[in-house]
Design a binder for this molecule. Structure first.
Ligand code: NAG
Length: 241
């Protein structure tokens, strides 16, 4: 088949637009266990049941966790939606995450997947209430700022403030802004999974903040994203008001 360059460009744009409507790609995933379960075996059945549970339990409040099964075939899981996401979008995200994680980590007894709108994690190990220090990634905007030293400090100030607000709020979630020069603003978000205590939420976010120099030095936007907490900052607004 032959397509002109223009047609291809339109197809590309259309695909991108469609994508935006249907739902964004996962940001990242990690198959955290090397253990395999058997197709249609007890672990598989328990995992399916857990995912059904999470996809109804999570959307109304944006968070939920649970376990299904006993001993060797027990599976534990949680899902968290970003604090501003509607229950409808939360549900689509969790359902999509479940189908995608099965493709990306087939038959693995532990895995985690992140989207802009949600994260979904399951494991044969019980992990509730513990800070996840293993599953983590960075994202950054390739654009560099002109004044990295002062910008880095402002980023750190904003995220530290939001970290303090998040761990004091019942949803373990906070967003906010900070004024930059020339009527520009820095926008930020911090969030923890709600199986963590307030103290551990703070500890988790402090750990993430200490990675700012590794991920985001002088970058216009950045994220440190883990299995228990994450933050993000940008020079444009990115959460729904
Ligand atoms: C799980 O399955 C993969 C692919 O078939 C294999 O490479 C791996 O060794 C298996 N892991 C274990 C722990 O048996």
């Amino acid at each position: 088949m032959y397509f002109s360059r223009t047609t291809l460009l339109y197809m590309l744009i259309f695909t991108l637009l469609l994508h935006k409507v249907v739902g964004d790609d996962p940001l990242f995933h990690i198959c955290s266990s090397s253990e395999n379960y058997t197709a249609n075996g007890p672990f598989d059945t328990n995992l399916k049941q857990l995912m059904d549970y999470l996809s109804t339990k999570v959307p109304p409040t944006g968070f939920g966790f649970g376990s299904v099964g006993q001993a060797q075939t027990r599976v534990n899981g949680l899902a968290l939606c970003r604090g501003d996401v509607s229950s409808t979008d939360c549900k689509s995200c969790v359902v999509e995450a479940n189908s995608e994680i099965r493709k990306r980590c087939p038959y693995k007894e532990g895995a985690i997947i992140w989207y802009d709108y949600c994260l979904l994690k399951y494991s044969n190990e019980e992990f509730f209430g513990k800070i996840d220090n293993k599953n983590k990634f960075y994202m950054w905007n390739v654009q560099k700022v002109n004044d990295p030293a002062s910008f880095n400090q402002k980023t750190k100030d904003l995220i530290s403030r939001l970290s303090n607000e998040a761990n004091r709020s019942p949803l373990l979630y906070a967003t906010g802004e900070l004024e930059l020069e020339e009527s520009k603003k820095l926008y930020g978000l911090a969030q923890c999974t709600r199986d963590l205590s307030s103290i551990d939420c703070k500890k988790c976010l402090d750990g993430a903040i200490s990675e700012l120099p590794n991920c985001c030095d002088g970058k216009e936007g950045g994220r440190v994203v883990g299995g228990s907490c994450n933050f993000r900052y940008e020079i444009y607004p990115f959460v729904n008001a």
